[in-house]
Design a protein around this ligand. Sequence first.
Ligand SMILES: [Zn+2]
Length: 830
Amino acid sequence: MTLLLVIALLLSPFARTQHSQSTAEQGLVEKGSSKAEVHQALLDLTNPWTVMCVAAHPDDEDGSTLTVLRRKYGIHTVSLFSTYGEGGQNAVGPELYEELGVIRARETIAAAAIQGSEPYFLGMKDFGFSKSDEETFRAWGRIEALRRMVFQLRKLRPDAIITNHDTSRGHGHHQATGQLILEAFDAAADPQRFPEQLNQVKTWQAQRLFVRGARGPNTTATDSQPTASQQVTIDPNEMDPMRGMTYAQQALLGLQQHATQGPWPKSISPTGGRIARYTLVKSAAGAAPLPNDAKTPVDGLQLPEAIRSRFTPPTIDEKPLTGFAGNHTEVLVALMNAKRRGAFTAAKETVALDPERFRLMSSRLDVALAKTTGISTNIRTRDVLAPGGQHKLEVTLDNTGEEEVAVKRWGTSGLTVAEQLDGLKRPDKLLPGTSTFQEIIVTPPKQTPISVPSAEHLYDGRLFGSQLVVEAELEIEGVRFVVSDAKHLEVAPAVEITNNNPSPCVETPATVLSCSSASLTLTNHSAPFAGKLQLTAAPFGHKLESTRPISLGPKAIERVATGPIATLAPNERLNFRERAWNINASLSDNDSKAMVTERRFPALYIPAIAVAGIHVGYVSSFDSTLKNSLSALGVQAKELTPDDVATKDLSGFNTIIIDNRGYEAHPELIASNDKLLKFAEDGGTLIVFYHKTNEFNPDERRKRPQLAPYPILIGDDRVTEENAPITFLQPGHPLMNFPNKITQKDFDNWIQERGLYYPREWDPQYTALFSTQDTGEAPLKGGVLVAKYGKGNYIYTSMVWYRQLRAGVPGGYRFFANMISYGKSGAADK
Ligand SMILES: [Zn+2]
């Protein structure tokens, strides 16, 4: 089967003049490599070392040090993350959990591009904030986490490792990661550990391990205090002359890529970026001592003589090429001479001593040639691929420099059964300032694994889709070098089904069977499609089915509102004991009758009721949880903007909710706070979800008064165990009994945690309803505080109702329904 077929040779859209070629047309191009790119490529030839930064979550990496090591010293840098950070919060959008993990992986890739490093992930589950290494290892499996980390050390072969995490402080994931790297440092070199990996990788002994901070981790290995000579200090505040800003400023640009974890500082403080001090905590037996004046974690390391003699970087008059970056011809000649004398290559048995390092450095020499000559090859596509479908891609070969080059080979690999390394029609040569490009058709094999929705592929290695590589081998004056480009392309079914309802879809007695109305989006990634969409569901034991014809043009996107596929017949009684059910959507092709895709959308019935007739206003922060939950309860609700709060009459609402971190998401609300309090004073119920200390507590500098009607002071305490015991302090309180009677069962099957940023002081006007605590800690009683205020009520709650509402935890809906109903039907006046 021909998977890769050249179908067209087209003119470059930016062509000015054309040079006739035997197989392709060429057009003029203008852009060359930037000075900074050329400089980096030349600098990279001077440094054969790899430094790995180990971090628990995206944004825990030391971006400043990574930037300095690569941009100033040309060190090959990689970062290794234990998790994708999916248990974190999202400051900019509605995504949580696996969807957040996908975004954070992409943010990390963007940050790494600025740092000049490469990110890798162990894919351990981020189950949210954890107070202990012990809880973390229970979730991860200590051996499994170690196995994955050892594999990455053996694969990536760092000479020195740095980490921000010690073994005993902070987030349990940080402690666990700090412990794992201490153990992995030795285990990676030990053929007795994880011997099954040795089919794929060789053992690897890193030379040095550093932990950030003045003192090392609390290892039992040595009691001696590290001396100053065992430290490396990295100051990122030096100006990078190639990029016109300090390394700290570049690192901040990198940090800002982690947008979901913001807000980040807009600029470096006038006193400069933080200086990093790393303490050497482990050295390999026989490793070179760290010099007193070490500037980087690899200073003083020596390659074996056999390798060192092959790794002499090219020079001009014995000076490094970076000093000549402006002198194009001399640099090019020096690079070509390095190629001719076989720099970074050696006899087989020498290469076998350290093949990865030879591969790294010889590819860096090729990159230096590519950047200096301004030649590149690229893949351009915005397509999502469908197995078996035909996809047009564009591959280009650009010569933005001054040399004519011969093109010896041009082809692709990946996404094809047989690699077509010389499968593209190529010109014999590429003239200076010209470009050639071709449209190719890629037909991914039928068995190409699907990679969408990405959130379902966070842990199975398909997160980034399938890779396609284009590679060209070029020759100038008898010297050959390779340029390449790699793209990860998402792979989807020919027609992809997505559901616009929340997942899970929740229905309650007031909205029973509402989830049987699906709102689907069908996206055609392939040729025109004609088929059948079949929906089946079995809510409460009823079997239901509906089928409709579907016809879609290429690339068409169609929204399908299915209407209820299930309705209640008059006097029909349902067996409400069955709580969870699914809508199954499947799409089959008319011609082949084959199933194109099948998806299952979960629905839940939750027995939670709100008082009839109430009218709720809510200010959302980052997601649609409040909107969806109020809709599931069948409550009349209206989203309020901060402007609505400031200007509209609020007296028509019974209840107003400020979503979690609402005063942070909408600082304008602070100015309207008196109006919100007046709403409560006049008889409404004002509910405020959790805030961080620096988002809620009074702060003169930020012109933020006490926001609650009676003082509340928020602290940093969390209850991270989602099954932490709950004690009812006021079992007879109306909030506990009306309209839903709250029992211990309502605290079963919670997600991630109980609550965070618990109030640490509050006015006696408040009644506290629950007490809870993590194992071995003192009870926290401020999770729900409720007070009468004027004719109305005020509720502040730091419990994570939003996570429970979103995940469809029944207790979350039942207590939420009580909060929004509070004060209605005399419940509060008991
Ligand atoms: Zn972290």
